[in-house]
Write a protein that binds this ligand. Sequence first.
Ligand code: FAD
Length: 727
Amino acid sequence: MPCEAQPRFLVLYGSQKGQAQSIAEGIAEEAQDHGLGAELSCLSENEKYNLEKENAPVVFILSTTGDGEPPDNALQFVKRIKKKTLSTDHYKHLCYALLALGDTNYANFCNCGKTVERRLQELGATQFYAAGYADDGVGLEVVLDPWLEGLWKAIKGALSIMASDSKGESRDLPKETPDSQISDVKLDLLSLSDEQNCKSLTASVDSDSKYAPVASSSASPGSRGTDSVSTSALQTQAGAAEVPHVALAASLTCSLPPLSECALNVPALPPPYLDVSLQDVGTIEQIVEQPNKESLHEVPVNRAVHLTSGDSVKPALLLELDISAQPTIAYKPGDSFDVFCPNRAAEVEEMLHRLGLHDQRNCHVHVSLKKDHKKRGAQVPPYIPQSISLQYLFTWCLEIRSVPKKAFLRALVEHTADGVQRRRLQELCSKQGAADYNLYMRDPGLGVSELLAAFPSCSPPLRLLIEHVPRLQPRPYSAASSCLKHPGKLHFVFNVVEFPACFGRPAGRRGLCTGWLFDLINRGLVFPERVERSGSPALPKIHVSLRPNCSFRPPSDLSLPFIMVGPGTGVAPFIGFLQQRERERQANPEAAFGETWLFFGCRHRDGDYLFREELEGFVTSGVLNHLKVCFSRDDPEQEEQKEVATSVARPRYVQHNLLLNSRDVTEILLKRNGYLYVCGDAKNMAKDVNDTLMEMVRAELQVDQLEAMKRLAGLREEKRYLQDIWG
Ligand code: FAD
């Protein structure tokens, strides 16, 4: 609880994967250093705060999930403040600051934060500090760091004005803005005079060369024991003891000037808050239990089909689940469901060995809150069940492949013996080392075990991993069937994700869930083009739970036209849409059905044209009126582009085909009240499609770009332009 005498403020967060929560917790923790008392709550804990009567500044930290949706724990709050019955002075008394987290790879960037901000403004609240929109697509810290630094001054300013305004007179708060020139923040400033930390790997650098040779003997001033420092770092980098003292380039474990020589601003050391003990219960526990038992269903895989052929395409597999014994999985086209997968056994083993805990893998893990801990809102992670073994913890509870956050790196420094490795970890979590963090950790997706392998002198306690490694998340997949056509069955399609080898990851690897599914069903896979073996091996069971999607559904008015854009595995939900439409047409032969369009794309007509026969069948039966397909890697000479006039450049991607059909698409959207659905890759495709749509609307309506954007935003509001995207 904050001290009575301290001026108080509220920190409220809505968080899906824990990022917004940990930022909010960080603010609450740092408040004490600024002489402030922070009251921290999740937005779902509405018994802990009362905005209707709040007279202290409020700081909102809000992430966005899915197609611009609020995180689950902010849903009710957003619903509440959106009520039309609230008056325009409902929050007149409220002073707030807001940080929105989002990802510009997705179209509705920071939508939840923006919605809350707009609504607070409409309800009369006063903003005391400019809103921050942090982009996970380029690194949250670009916006986050300056925003956090300016926050304290802004809170204090708001507090003093609110105090002098306690009589309720009209207030005019000067709105602070984040300072991009960070200068006066109170961080642990590492000093180069700290010998243990400052042993620079490099002394002389050829300024013309990126791969500068380094003379190991000419250590930076003030350093001691240079030989051992250089050798250790270089061994880590090159993995060879006999390598001479020459650093070739910066890498995960090695930096070059200026970074290797500058003073660093690192995050404050996160306070420990858990006590973890291991108890030898003497018996070997079988891992049979799953987390989230209530909503979880164990279902058999009925069929596994390899949908692609050839080496030049990403393998795509279709799995058919038998859900006939699970009446509660009443899915509809557009829904997705979560697949719960364990961490790979070999990676769990490696982690246990690395932590020196392999012999204790069957011990029970007891996790409790540390007495007198300093972390606000601390709790024992709710996803760690009671009485589980250590092996179970690493297999089912922790995302051991997740990229360590900077706070975790900061905490790891304290458990790293070697000075050079400590310094490098400090650099990676520092403000100055942000580019290196992105380059060597975030972009290649380097996980905890890979980091520990690269920093051999780092020996974190188990407690630290439980405090910092996030929950193992289930992976969602879109239903690729309709239960009207396949009663008791649920289909889904996925690409097996491949990560290439890189520094820190000597061998390539598959995605966690897709690699696991692939291994599970590999022996029972059906290759349609091959003669079937008789007596295929029995397929396994997997754990799934339904994730209904209330908006990504075919129009309820069957007479309305709709357009589907789904290249690659993005076609999955549309197979469900079309199977449903097929059954609806059979049930209502007299009804007037709206036109249907599908834009599909893949690499090769003969390699990864998923569901080709089924789609062509839909065209023949009239269920699908327009099928527009393009192939990005086929030789145009051999390509039979029957649907495209020869005078037009061959469309390679779905957006090219959309453009070729601009008149029809815009008419459906702008004049005929139709719908447009986009599914699949968020990073490139969904953005390209959005840009193309904007261009089409602009040209069709003869308006400027801003107006075209507004029209598309309007379609989104009306839920007639919908996305289900990932990546
Ligand atoms: P992980 O080990 O978790 O690695 C994933 C990382 O790999 C991502 O961070 C990303 O940067 C990168 N990556 C590279 N290629 C891909 C790719 N093709 N997909 C995702 N990430 C990639 N996937 C499907 O294949 N079919 C679906 O129908 C499908 N539906 C989805 C529906 C929703 C609502 C959402 C949110 C996601 C959906 N996904 C779908 C993505 C899926 O949930 C997984 O993210 C994907 O299968 C990778 O999981 P993994 O555990 O194998 O990879």
